[in-house]
Ligand binder design. Sequence first.
Ligand code: AMP
Ligand code: MN
Ligand code: MN
Ligand code: MN
Length: 282
Amino acid sequence: MTNLSYCYDLHCHSTASDGTFSPAQLMQRAVDNQVNVLALTDHDTIKGLAAAHQYIEQHHLPLHLINGVEISTYWKSTEIHIVGLNINTASQPLNALLIAQENQRIERAKEIAYKLKKVSIDDAYAQAQIYAQGDIVSRAHFARFLIANGYVKDMKHAFKKYLGKSGYAYVAPKWTTIEEAIAVIHQANGQAVLAHPSRYDFTLSKMRTLIAYFKLQAGDAIEVSQSRQTIDELNILAKCAVDFDLLASQGSDFHDAMNYLDLGKTQPLPQSVTPIWHNWTL
Ligand code: AMP
Ligand code: MN
Ligand code: MN
Ligand code: MN
């Protein structure tokens, strides 16, 4: 039976995707922040997990690492993220899907660079690759290049002006479907979690339509407790979990050091929900 007083953070990113901390640095930071159970959930890759496990073992860290991934999907012209927790990293269908997603990322990155070139921003793909350091290329890497070269002042503007849905260089991705992401997570013996349901710029009604669809496709849980969240938002998401008979997860979605967001810093789940870890043996 799980220790209920543990601090859980079931969503974060390393340099294997668009985080700025290496897997080892992330594990150390989790322990420094008194996190007991951490899921590393890089975008469309599981390549950071081995180094994270190795660091924990080498340094005898008091940390349970959950094998995770955050799969990008496309639903009704919106990019929806599905987190997989406790996945078997050797799963063949999972690895096949991740290779396909990585190939889509490379194609999309080249198209983004082509669009940026049209507005006289040259060499963006090569530059984004440098920021990605050989790991998967994300729009966050393009954003870092745009900021460093003075094209925009911050991440928010990089997405608003260039990379986001209404930006000059937006390219609709060819991600997998919600249905397939859930199926593949289940084939890898994992649990499928709808990531940050309130961060898709949906009305409450459309968000509930998404959650209903996710449930219909056999999704297991939704993220209820996230970083930078009002009590109202927490309660709305808790009610959705209860209404749709879904388990509740929590995670910081930590990417880099910022004073308002950190590993383990989320509000406790409301009593009304069942935590996703209720039957985990750690
Ligand atoms: P990608 O996975 O390549 O589509 O890149 C999306 C990533 O960019 C997200 O996971 C965020 O980490 C980061 N990001 C930062 N600001 C924004 C924003 N305004 N809209 C979308 N993504 C953002
Ligand atoms: Mn990200
Ligand atoms: Mn996400
Ligand atoms: Mn994330």
